[in-house]
Each structure stands twice: as C-alpha cells, then as structure tokens.
Ligand binder design. Structure first.
Ligand SMILES: Nc1nc2c(c(=O)[nH]1)N[C@H]1C(S)=C(S)[C@@H](COP(=O)(O)OP(=O)(O)OC[C@H]3O[C@@H](n4cnc5c(=O)[nH]c(N)nc54)[C@H](O)[C@@H]3O)O[C@H]1N2
Ligand SMILES: Nc1nc2c(c(=O)[nH]1)N[C@H]1C(S)=C(S)[C@@H](COP(=O)(O)OP(=O)(O)OC[C@H]3O[C@@H](n4cnc5c(=O)[nH]c(N)nc54)[C@H](O)[C@@H]3O)O[C@H]1N2
Ligand code: SF4
Ligand SMILES: [Mo]
Length: 734
C-alpha cells in the first residue's frame, strides 16, 4: 500500500494542494488533493513534475566549488570555508555595496527563503539588492503602496461572485494567475459565464484566456495606458462615476478627473487600436455591472508605463464603486505574515521610494531594492562602490533579465560569485561556489506571500514528504549561516543559536516584557515553523497566545492540513476598507502626484514594423523547468508566433531572424492566426545551449533567449521595472 502525503505545490502562485503517493523512497503518483479547502483537487502538469524534479539527476545534491575553472563536489564545511576565504575580504575591503544580491522567483515560493533572506540582506548591508520583482510586479506594488499605503495591499478579482471581469495583459488560463492566487481559473471562469457573467480580455494575442472569454480586444502592445485612460475619461465624461460606499474614504477625485481629461477615447483610439466606441462601451458596462472587477498583469506591468497602468486599473475599480465590494476587486486577509493586518488599522506611514540610488544610472530604490536591469552596469563600471561579488538566490538573470548576454559577460568579471541554486545553469555556471537547496518534496511549505493575494482566505501547511539526506541543511539554515560569516563571526556559529537570537529580536519588537512568555509558548518549534506559529498566533485569526482560545496556531493548521482535510478555510473575502488602509491620510489616494506626473508623458507612439511580446506555456515555468521529462516532451515550445499574413508577406520559412536595437537571434517560426498582424511573440526563459550548462535534457532543445533582444536601459522610471513587452523588432527570413 502506498503512503499518501499532503503537499502544497510551490511551482506557481496557484498554490494547489497535492496528494503525493509514495512507496519507500519512490514517488508513485501526484494528483490534486480532492479535499483541499482551497484548490479542490486542481493541479496542472507542473504539479506532476515534482516527481521528475525530485529524481532529476542534474539537480544538485552537494555543494560545488570551482577549482581551476571546473566545478568539483565539496562538503558543506569546505564550501563555507571557501566562501569565507574569498567573499569576506571583498566585503571588508571594498565595502558592503561591492557585494550584490540577486533574489529570484522561487524565493517567493519558499518560506525558508522568503522569511530568512531579509536577515541576509541585513547582514550584507549592501544597497545593491535586486530581485525578480523588477522584472514583474513592482509597478503593481508601487501603485498599491501609493493608493492603499502598503506594497502588498493589492486588490484582486473576487471571481466566484463576479458578474463582469475586464482582464488586461494576463493569461491565467496558462499562468494560473499572478498577484491573484486562483487555482483552476478555467473552471471558475466557466462557472462565471454559466451564471451569466461576462469576461473581456485585452491582449495583442488571442491568448488561451481570450479564447475562453466572451470578448477579445486585440490591443496594440503598450496601448493599455491609452485604453485605460480613455475608459476613465468616459466615466467622468458620461457621469458614470459612482464611488458608493467608498465616497468618504477617497482623496484626490478632482485631481484624477483632471489627469485623465486629456484622454477622450476619440483621441486614444488610434494609439491603442481599440475604437472609441468600444472604449465607451467598456466604461458603461463596467459602471452598470452589479459586481465587476478590472485586473491587469504582466502585459500591463512590464511596459514603460507599468505603474501608471497599475494605478489606472485600480482607479477604474474605485470610480465604478467595485473596489472592496463582494464580487469586485477585493483585498485578501491572510492568516499570517500580512503587513496589512498588523499595526494600527486604518492609517499608517504609507510608503517611501528613492531612499538611495543606483551608482551608475541613479535609478531610485523601490521597496528596498534597485532595478535588476542595472546589475550588469554596476559590475562593469569601475569606481568606488563597483560590484565585485554577487550572491544569487534562486535567480537566473542570464535568461530572465533584459540584456542576458551582457549579464553573462559581467558575471565573468566578478571576483567572486556564490549561488544558492539547484542547478548548474546559465547563471550559476559563472559561480565560484554553489550551495544547493532541497527538492520541494524534502521541504516543508507554508505560503507567506500568496494567501495575501488569494481569491479566498485559507491557511494550509505541508510537511516534507521525504527527509533530506543526512547532513544536508535546509535553505534557511544555509542563509542563516552566511549571516555571521559576513559579519566576520566565522563559520562556526551554531545555527540553532542564530535562529533563537533572530526570533527573540522579532518578538521583542512588538511584545516588550511579554517576550519571555511568548518565546516559551513557541518553544516546541524552531526555524520556519516557529516563525509560522508566531505569525499565525498574532495574526487576524490567531489564538493570540491564549486570549482567543478558538484561534489558529501552527498545531491546528497542521492537524487540518492532511490529504483528508486539506487545510483551514477562512471564508470568502470580506470588505476591508478603511481597516486595510495604511496611508498617512487614512484614505485611498486616487491621485498620487508621481503617477499623475508620469501620466502626462503618455502619448501615442508610431507603430514599429513589428512589436515583440512574451508568452508563457502550461508545461514551462520561467527559465528552469525545461529539464523535467514530463514537461519537456511534446512539440517545441520556444517558437516565434507570427500572424500567417505577416509570414506570407515576409516570405518566412522554418526560421526567422529577429533583430532589435540591441541584439538578434534566429527563432523557429510558428504561424498563428491568434497573433495581431505586426505583433510577434516569443516565450522567455530559453537559451540553454550556453557553455557549461549542466541541464542534459534542456540542452537537447535549448530554444533562444528572448532577453538577448531586450535593452537593459529601458525601464518604468517610477518602479524601476524592466520593459519586457512591445519591443520594436525587424523580422526577416533565415
Ligand atoms: N505555466 C506557467 N505559469 C506561470 C509562469 C510560467 O513561466 N509558466 N510564470 C509565473 C510567473 S513568474 C508570473 S509573474 C505569472 C504571470 O502571469 P500572467 O500575468 O498571466 O502572464 P502571461 O501568461 O505572460 O500573460 C501576459 C499576457 O499579456 C499579453 N501582453 C503582452 N503585451 C501586452 C500589452 O502591451 N498589453 C496587453 N493588454 N497585453 C499584453 C501577452 O500576450 C500575454 O497573453 O505567471 C506565473 N505562472
Ligand atoms: N522577456 C521576459 N523576461 C521575463 C519575463 C517575461 O515575461 N518576459 N518574466 C519575468 C518574471 S515575471 C519573472 S518572475 C522572472 C523569473 O526569473 P528568475 O527570478 O530568474 O526565476 P526563474 O527563471 O524561475 O529561475 C529560478 C532559479 O532558481 C533556481 N531554483 C529553483 N528552485 C530552487 C530552490 O528550491 N532553491 C534554490 N536556491 N534555487 C532554486 C533555478 O535553478 C533557477 O536558477 O523572469 C522574468 N523574465
Ligand atoms: S497550477 Fe500547477 S504549478 Fe501552479 S500550484 Fe497548481 S499544480 Fe503547481
Ligand atoms: Mo513572475
């Protein structure tokens, strides 16, 4: 009889509960956990691939140290000694800024990494902290911070009660949702339409989400600002603004009206490709819908006006009275770790940006980090503060960030590079030391980030399915050990003691003289579990260390999180305004000055010969899942989608040369009537044929690195986010 284990999938934001059946040390099957209170049995092919990931012979199990240009396996002690010998002097001699840190996407999916990386950031003390956030959602975080007072107070569609959904630049049918944790979008969208709801999708490609919607509006890449401003203009123009319950909680309505005044749909139509009458109809439909939400994601964030777009999305939600209402765009209330459930409700410090600047380009800090697109220039430009060493944590910028080839060159120039990673890939091949993480099946899981973005409130935990090999640290232990090393306290400091010190400091910050009692109550746990227990207990559903006897703690959540139980359901989203707000005014700031100033720069641009956009694939996850047999099989995925008419006109054969202002590559052509004429699409995360990459299967069909075509100098100036979509390219037959 196989054993059944409950495991939450860490591979995307949907956070599905899985049932993993094992026999001894072998995985027999992976299925969706039917009784999961949140995902109800849903899973995608990537969930199944956790077996292949666990068994992947290329996945690192031991540290690697580079000796004479070649990686050799080393013991953990040897690896830490090497780091101390080489990194510490650089940190000492050249200062903290000389050591940069790059944090990648999987770090958001692991409590071990998410909860402990801030401790490393502190020990490092460098201004050069970068992450995937500036390739992704920083515009949304910034606009949420400016409007609602915290970076993580991001409204999301309450899809199960919604009647009208306007989606821009997102493909949840494939991505499974982003800044919107919504397992089985497909089923929920189908149910919504079955009860008479309407879904409109704005996308230059007839995406899988567009194909399953009521209406698809093919927009010009980068045209969302004009479209959204045109809709906002219409709401004011036609007297459709109705703040409803939000009226007493809003600041800046007149300024917002004035800001969108220059954007009547009749003026924006040519620039965005959506007719004026359609824009006006969308405004009326939104205003008239009883329960509606506007949702924008990657396609609206990764553009020059990402922050303006993100603001416009929530401006529409507010103007139509759909923000914070059942069936509208709502705020989750997570059981643990959510800053918007902590501190005094209803107002706060708000957010600040630009507390420091990048050395070379002067790009402002946003949410504690600098744009990842300045990493290469910070390494390559000599002078005081030049980056000499880099630590990557689950980060693959050579494939993920614009100017990938330039980043690879820059990494070669470093005096030392340390990677916490599970593969020798396009980025980590440049490292001097690689410290591996665990297989997800060897790791415990509690989502720190995504319950703050979930369409329904829940608390779930999953323990390891298998135990890791003796002597293999968990990643939080690896990170904790690096902290005293950087502080010059050596490598011998006991990790358990470091963890005790850290939690005591955390508790003392809010508990004062209650600290010893609270620490005693947390006693059964250590490491991430102790942090989770603490956060659950002081959280909005917590037992408050006995003051709310029925409340949550880790023991309760654990007991409920089994194949037969599947976690704790905390109910549908509830209105949270004004309590959720942390702006200094205690109001929703509808007209943040920096955003309005940038809106004034928006104008219709002439269309280039071709615009390049991105896409995702169900059987792929960013840059690192191409080595897993179950995902790698089937048709080639790294293809250039071209409208058949364009392909004909250009005389394209099997391959095409794609040329941008900064690079060129040859891609396999796939004709697709889903593309708008003049728009082509390539997925990112490919290009595995670089020297030294140890990904046997991925190398067989390496694909091409679309980020070689992207310029690392183009950013949204407010958020520092990279521009990844709407890139001017020329296409020619190869
Ligand atoms: N299977 C799979 N799932 C994933 C990932 C993966 O790689 N594979 N990655 C995960 C990650 S890290 C993230 S952040 C999420 C992202 O999740 P989503 O935000 O859903 O991202 P995409 O699937 O890239 O969808 C973006 C859509 O925007 C469209 N688009 C491009 N340019 C424009 C534009 O100018 N305007 C408009 N309106 N649309 C535009 C594209 O055609 C595309 O359909 O997905 C996550 N889930
Ligand atoms: N052109 C273009 N570029 C894009 C995008 C786009 O839409 N278009 N999307 C962007 C987005 S949204 C994102 S989030 C980024 C993602 O880009 P990155 O942040 O670079 O993340 P991944 O590509 O997922 O690479 C993850 C790395 O983590 C390693 N890893 C996996 N699991 C673990 C683990 O458990 N522990 C450790 N230590 N390491 C692990 C992998 O081997 C890999 O090196 O890409 C961005 N790049
Ligand atoms: S949708 Fe797929 S990858 Fe995402 S959490 Fe669910 S099973 Fe995992
Ligand atoms: Mo992402």
């Amino acid at each position: 009889m196989p054993d059944s284990h409950y495991r939450i999938c860490p591979l995307c934001e949907a956070c599905c509960g899985l049932e993993v059946k094992t026999e001894g040390a072998r995985v027999v099957t992976i299925r969706g956990a039917e009784r999961d209170v949140f995902s109800h049995g849903y899973l995608c092919p990537k969930g199944v691939s956790l077996k292949d990931l666990h068994e992947d012979p290329d996945r690192l199990r031991m540290p690697l140290v580079k000796r004479d240009g070649v990686f050799v396996e080393a013991s953990w002690d040897e690896a830490f000694a090497e780091i101390e010998r080489r990194l510490l002097p650089l940190h000492r001699e050249h200062g903290a800024d000389a050591v940069a840190l790059s944090i990648g996407n999987p770090a958001a999916h692991k409590v071990s990494l998410l909860a402990y990386t801030p401790r490393l950031v502190k020990a490092l003390g460098s201004r050069n902290v970068f992450s995937a956030s500036t390739l992704d959602q920083m515009p949304k975080q910034l606009s949420a911070g400016l409007m609602f007072g915290h970076w993580l107070s991001i409204p999301l569609p309450d899809i199960e009660r919604c009647d009208y959904l306007l989606i821009l630049g997102a493909n949840p049918m494939v991505s499974n949702g982003s800044l919107w944790t919504v397992p089985d979008y497909r089923g929920k969208a189908k149910a919504m339409r079955a009860r008479g709801g309407r879904i409109v999708v704005v996308d230059p490609r007839r995406s899988e989400t567009a194909a399953a919607a009521d209406e698809h509006l093919p927009i010009r890449p980068g045209g969302d600002t004009l479209l959204l401003a045109g809709i906002a203009h219409t709401l004011f123009d036609e007297g459709l603004v109705n703040l409803g319950r939000l009226a007493p909680h809003v600041n800046g309505l007149d300024e917002a009206r004035a800001a969108v005044a220059p954007f009547p749909p009749e003026a924006t139509a040519a620039g965005c490709g959506i007719p004026a009458e359609t824009q006006r109809r969308l405004a009326r439909e939104l205003a008239e819908a009883k329960r509606a939400a506007v949702y924008g994601r990657i396609g609206t964030c990764t553009t020059r006006f990402g922050t303006v777009n993100s603001w416009l999305v929530d401006l529409l939600n507010v103007l139509t009275g759909h923000l914070d209402r059942e069936g509208g765009a709502m705020f989750a209330k997570a059981a643990a770790f959510a800053p918007n459930t902590q501190g005094k409700p209803g107002s706060g410090k708000g957010i600040t940006t630009g507390r420091r600047q990048s050395r070379v380009s002067g790009a402002p800090e946003v949410f504690g980090e600098l744009p990842i697109t300045v990493l290469a220039e910070e390494i390559q430009t000599p002078g005081a503060g030049q980056v000499k060493a880099l630590i990557t944590i689950a980060s693959n910028p050579v494939l993920s960030a614009p100017g990938g080839p330039r980043i690879a060159q820059a990494l070669e120039q470093l005096d030392f590079m340390l990677s916490l990673d599970i593969y020798v890939n396009e980025t980590t091949r440049h490292a001097d030391v690689i410290l591996p993480g665990l297989s997800p099946l060897e790791d415990l899981h509690f989502d720190v980030a995504f319950p703050q973005l979930s369409h329904r409130n829940h608390a779930r935990f999953s323990g390891p399915v298998f135990s890791a090999a003796a002597g293999t640290p968990q990643e939080w232990q690896t990170i904790l050990k690096l902290c005293p090393l950087l502080e010059g306290r050596g490598t011998g400091v006991d990790v358990a003691q470091l963890d005790d010190e850290a939690i005591e400091a955390d508790v003392r910050r809010f508990a004062g003289d209650q600290t010893p009692a609270i620490l005693a109550a947390l006693k059964p746990w250590h490491g991430p579990e102790r942090l989770i227990d603490l956060q659950l207990r002081i959280g909005p559903y917590g037992d408050q260390f006995g003051r709310q006897p029925g409340g949550l703690n880790l023991a309760k959540v654990k007991a409920a999180s089994t194949v037969d139980g599947g976690g704790v359901d905390l109910g549908a989203l509830q209105p949270r305004i004004p309590e959720v707000l942390r702006t200094p005014s205690g109001k929703i700031e509808l007209a943040p000055p920096a955003v309005l100033a940038d809106l004034a720069h928006v104008k219709a641009e002439p269309a280039p010969a071709f615009s390049l956009i991105g896409r995702r694939d169900t059987r792929s996850g960013n840059s690192w899942m191409h080595n897993l047999p179950i995902l790698a099989k089937g048709p080639e995925r790294c293809t250039l989608l071209v409208h058949p008419g364009d392909a004909e006109r250009l005389g394209l054969g099997e391959f095409a040369i794609v040329r941008s202002a900064v690079g060129a590559l040859t891609a396999r052509v796939e004709r697709s009537a889903d593309m708008s004429p003049g728009v082509v699409s390539l997925p990112h995360g490919w290009g595995h044929d670089l020297d030294g990459v140890q990904l046997g299967l991925a190398r067989e069909r390496p694909g091409v690195n679309m980020n070689a075509l992207l310029d690392d100098a183009t950013r949204d100036p407010l958020s520092g986010n990279a521009v990844l979509s709407g890139i001017a390219v020329e296409i020619a037959p190869a």
